[in-house]
Design a protein around this ligand. Structure first.
Ligand code: GLU
Length: 485
């Protein structure tokens, strides 16, 4: 049975690049009816925080991912927090020491740094020179009694290590360039390499799917697998995601973490769809699809070797597509907090006119790319319009004034306003003024909303209602007088 894992380190908010690794693990597990695990790599005790674990679990759930084993759901191979598995790593480390495939190293960080600098200056690989590997018993005892803290290092054989990557094909590493690496730090916590390899074995992981930034770590993990008498899992290293400037996606590129996208009111299914396109595309090349649509056809081997570029505009476009199709009630619920924060609707949910809000959200959903833009886009329905100087000039021209006047007279003849009535009114105004198309709509739109663009005019008038439309036009009928006075 296929078993894959997502293994984030909870040292910050889960970002798009990392979450994408989770998505492809999850897809792979679904494709093969396997298990998807969440393992928290929190052995860096100083930098790991519980709040980031809680947040990443919330974010992944929001995105629509579920896992069969993990710190929140348990499972047969737990615990799933590495900080709760320290005894396991220590036991295995002891075994390695006894078997002679690992040894204690007494080199201090300052010494190691100095040797790294020398290696750099002399053009040598900055690897550990293995000097503690062959200490005599006397030397070791002397170092121990001098009270120096020690790490434990794994003996790396000087060999050519070859493995097949499901995406990258055959990969080769000359292990003579890699010094003996640390498996246990001096504070008794395992190194990243050690904890990963031990857990992948004990959690029976069959496929390790992770970012390409881990490719050079893989040979070390394979050596540990061998030392533990296990066949290594299959590996698939996903290309990385870049920003538009082709540098690794980071905070500099704007919104970055899943929770930021959540807070900005992106729909999770749109973000998930977009993330599935980062480095992969379905055979028919369509952009819009759900995970279920592609479960049967997803092949990890068809993922791109080249890095993908995160395109915010495409994500906005994608989110816009999903916003247009979403259930209106769902969008109303999503809109309310943003409208409340902007003071446009009551803070008391029960006092909100949901029927009216439904019309408003429906009118503006085509004009926003995420829900947090709703307050800005919809404030024309809640607040008096503020007209810019440039629009005042525009609205006070002779032709515009005659359009507004005719429009106003027609409004006054009516008792109610509906999209159809509004269309009739515009037809009459067109006949009277002989202005049509944009020349006619624009003054009406600017007078009603203070903007040149926005939702469909019929819908706007319908939502504003007869009285508000009249009031807003009235204001601008006086402008000419004010300007000419
Ligand atoms: N904890 C590692 C990271 O966050 C993942 C290691 C792995 O997937 O093997 O990059």
């Amino acid at each position: 049975m296929v078993r894959v894992r997502f293994a984030p380190s909870p040292t910050g908010l889960l970002h798009i690049g990392n979450a994408r690794v989770a998505v492809f693990n999850w897809l792979f597990a679904r494709r093969h009816n396997g298990a998807f695990l969440l393992r928290i790599e929190d052995t860096d005790l100083a930098r790991s925080e519980k709040k980031y674990i809680d947040q990443l679990i919330e974010d992944l759930h929001w995105l629509g991912l579920t896992w069969q084993e993990g710190p929140d759901v348990g499972g047969p191979y737990g615990p799933y927090l590495q900080s709760e598995r320290l005894h396991i790593y220590r036991d295995i480390c002891q075994r390695f020491l006894q078997e002679g495939c690992a040894y204690r190293c007494y080199c201090t960080p300052a010494e190691l740094e100095e040797r790294r600098q020398i290696a750099k200056r002399t053009g040598k690989p900055p690897r550990y020179d293995n000097r503690c590997r062959n200490l005599s018993n006397e030397q070791r005892k002397a170092l121990e009694t001098s009270g120096l803290n020690c790490t434990v290092r794994f003996k790396v054989p000087e060999e050519l290590l070859v493995f097949d990557d499901l995406i990258r094909g055959t990969c080769q590493f000359d292990m003579s360039l890699v010094g003996d690496f640390v498996i246990m730090r001096s504070d008794g916590t395992p190194s990243f390499h050690f904890a990963v390899a031990v857990d992948d074995i004990l959690m029976k992981i069959t496929h390790v799917i992770r970012g390409e930034d881990h490719l050079t770590n893989t040979p070390c993990h394979i050596l540990l697998f061998h030392a533990l008498g296990q066949k290594p899992p299959h590996f698939a290293h996903l290309s990385l995601t870049m920003g538009a400037d082709r540098t690794l996606l980071s905070k500099r590129h704007g919104a970055f973490s899943l929770s930021e996208y959540h807070n900005m009111g992106y729909l999770p299914e749109a973000l998930l769809n977009y993330m599935m396109l980062l480095g992969w595309a379905p055979k028919d090349k369509r952009d819009k699809f759900t995970a279920s649509d592609i479960t049967d056809t997803f092949e990890i081997g068809t993922m791109s070797k080249a890095s993908s570029v995160f395109d915010q505009q495409k994500l906005n476009w994608m989110n816009g597509q999903y916003l247009r199709e979403a259930e209106i009630e769902r969008l109303v619920n999503l809109a309310i907090p943003y409208l409340q924060a902007a003071g446009l609707v009551s803070a008391d949910d029960n006092a909100i006119d949901r029927a009216q809000l439904r019309l408003i959200v429906d009118a503006v959903r085509n004009n926003i790319s995420c829900m947090s833009q709703i307050a800005q886009e919809a404030n024309i329905f809640f607040k008096d319009v503020v007209i810019s100087k440039q629009h005042i000039e525009f609205l006070s021209s002779e032709i515009t004034q005659s359009i507004l006047l005719s429009f106003y007279h027609e409004l006054c003849k009516r008792n109610i306003l509906s999209p159809d009535i509004f269309k009739d009114i515009l037809k009459t105004v067109q006949k009277e003024t002989k202005v049509h198309g944009k020349g006619l709509y624009l003054p009406v739109r600017v007078a009603l909303t203070g903007r040149e663009h926005g939702p469909e005019l019929y819908g706007i008038a319908n939502i504003l209602g007869l009285d508000t439309c009249k009031k807003r036009i009235e204001r601008f009928l006086l402008i000419r007088k004010q300007v000419t006075l």
